[in-house]
Design a protein around this ligand. Structure first.
Ligand SMILES: Cc1cc2nc3c(=O)[nH]c(=O)nc-3n(C[C@H](O)[C@H](O)[C@H](O)COP(=O)(O)O)c2cc1C
Length: 466
């Protein structure tokens, strides 16, 4: 058995651990320097990570106190650089590492986003994944031509159609052998092998054809991270790697089991879809040193910044409450699973202070503390209980915690044979993470589109691609 690891990060001063950018070892004030990210990518590649998974949001966290002040002051996912621009430089600095890229179907246009992902798939030789999100911020909606957010479930309905357009563009518009660049005949791209997609439905009208030829994976590997009931249905319909967060592995087990059952009901091989859980690791040579390090981290907690993060995720402003007040459940059009973790917890009520303290180190995920052997034991135990296939590692002090992973955790994982071997020739991300072929599996719902297409599948599909 092997375990895959992704590094979960974001082009911001504070991703998941508010306040920790002030730690003396933090170098995240260099987050706007290319060398910071190329160096981190090389660390991750040496450490055996499968991918660098980058979160992204299209708006400012301005729910707390109804203003952007606390986000700006605390560096809470602000300032935020554009991740798509960075990826080619990271690909040039690495050989095997994949890149999981978040892009919002609520605010992007499918026609241009398909070209951008195909471009990145070409330039990275198939090392990109798309983390498909529907977003949760009113501030994004207001800055992108809307009065406010599309309601939560409707965002997912619209996202289904967005995906349909993307599949048509990635999978059906241009054959594999369309680009021939034949100097003798003077034909660069065979026009017979390029066709329109003629998509016309509720939200999108895209006649096509696709702007560029498909990359090595055609559709990039699809990550999915919405955990509400509607989000899980979306995962079943589209996801190939599902990203989950829960501090309690037994709670996560219910979600993993129920999603796997829904995958089976939908006619998909549930074992071919992988689940990755977010975890933050604090590791040192000895158990005592690791716990001392955790205590040291706790000194940098920034409560206001933590509540700013919470407000952004959930749409709930706790700025008027006392720290000892309970956090009550409300209906939200933002991230429902993030709110439910605290307000629908059957084992306890959460006060404002407890929520802030909890998310200050490692966001909504668990924090694993110990020496290298204990850390790997705890990862295995979390995996056994929850049923996940791998982990998204979040760093509290950046990049130090990733460097410490390489220093302490990687050797222990290798000693136990838990890290996947890498072939000399780099694989596409779909191949390395799923152990499958470079293209969408035959039982992926996107394939049904080809069968339903009146014009039939692409010529190269009839031959039966991998
Ligand atoms: C673990 C996790 C990670 C997420 N990462 C992002 C992200 O980087 N950017 C973003 O806009 N939404 C992100 N989301 C939001 C969701 O994918 C989703 O589109 C939205 O929050 C609604 O989620 P829900 O189905 O859990 O209510 C994330 C959600 C979860 C649960």
């Amino acid at each position: 058995m092997t375990i895959h690891f992704n590094a979960f990060d974001m082009l911001v001063p504070v991703h998941q651990s508010p306040g920790l950018w002030r730690h003396p070892e933090s170098r995240i004030d260099q987050f706007d320097q290319l060398e910071y990210w190329t160096g981190l990518s090389q660390t991750l590649e040496r450490a055996g990570f499968s991918s660098l998974f980058l979160a992204d949001v299209p708006g400012v966290y301005d729910v707390y106190g109804s203003s952007h002040h606390s986000a700006a002051r605390g560096g809470v996912q602000y300032p935020l650089l554009d991740l798509q621009v960075l990826v080619p430089a990271l690909a040039a600095a690495t050989t095997h590492l994949g890149f999981g890229l978040t892009a919002s179907v609520t605010y992007e246009q499918p026609y241009l986003l398909a070209r951008r992902f195909a471009t990145l798939d070409h330039l990275t030789q198939g090392r990109v994944a798309w983390n498909v999100v529907t977003s949760y911020q009113d501030s994004a909606a207001r800055n992108l031509g809307m009065q406010g957010q599309i309601p939560h479930d409707e965002r997912y309905d619209r996202a289904d159609e967005f995906m349909e357009v993307m599949y048509k563009l990635f999978e059906h518009s241009i054959d594999d052998d369309a680009v021939i660049a034949d100097k003798e005949s003077g034909v660069f791209t065979d026009p017979e092998k390029v066709r329109g997609i003629e998509h016309e439905s509720t939200w999108f009208s895209v006649p096509g054809p696709m702007l560029t030829h498909p990359g090595p994976q055609r559709t990039p590997l699809l990550f999915q991270a919405g955990s509400s009931a509607r989000g899980q249905t979306f995962a079943v319909d589209h996801g190939e790697a599902i990203f989950v967060i829960n501090a309690r592995p037994e709670k996560l087990a219910q979600q993993v089991e129920s999603t796997r059952a829904q995958l089976t009901d939908a006619g998909r091989d549930s074992s071919s879809v992988i689940f990755s859980a977010m975890v933050t690791i604090i590791v040192a040579d000895t158990e005592a040193e690791a716990h001392a390090r955790f205590q040291e981290y706790a000194a940098y907690v920034d409560t206001e910044a933590a509540l700013t993060l919470f407000g952004g995720w959930t749409g709930v402003d706790l700025s008027d409450l006392h720290e000892d007040d309970d956090v009550a459940d409300v209906q939200t059009e933002a991230n429902q699973s993030a709110l439910a973790m605290f307000t629908k917890d059957p084992s306890r009520r959460w006060t404002v202070r407890e929520v802030a303290e909890f998310i200050s180190i490692g966001g909504r995920g668990p924090t694993i503390i110990g020496d290298p052997v204990q850390v790997v034991d705890q990862l295995l135990e979390y995996q056994r209980i929850s049923g996940v296939d791998g982990f998204n590692i979040s760093a509290a002090v950046r990049p130090a915690d990733f460097e410490r992973f390489e220093q302490f955790v990687t050797p222990e994982l290798r000693r136990r044979g838990l890290l996947p071997e890498r072939p000399e020739t780099p694989l596409t991300l779909r191949e390395s993470l799923l152990g499958a072929g470079p293209h969408l599996a035959q039982d992926h719902p996107a394939r049904r589109l080809a069968r339903a297409d009146a014009r039939g599948p692409r010529a190269d599909e009839r031959a039966g691609p991998a």
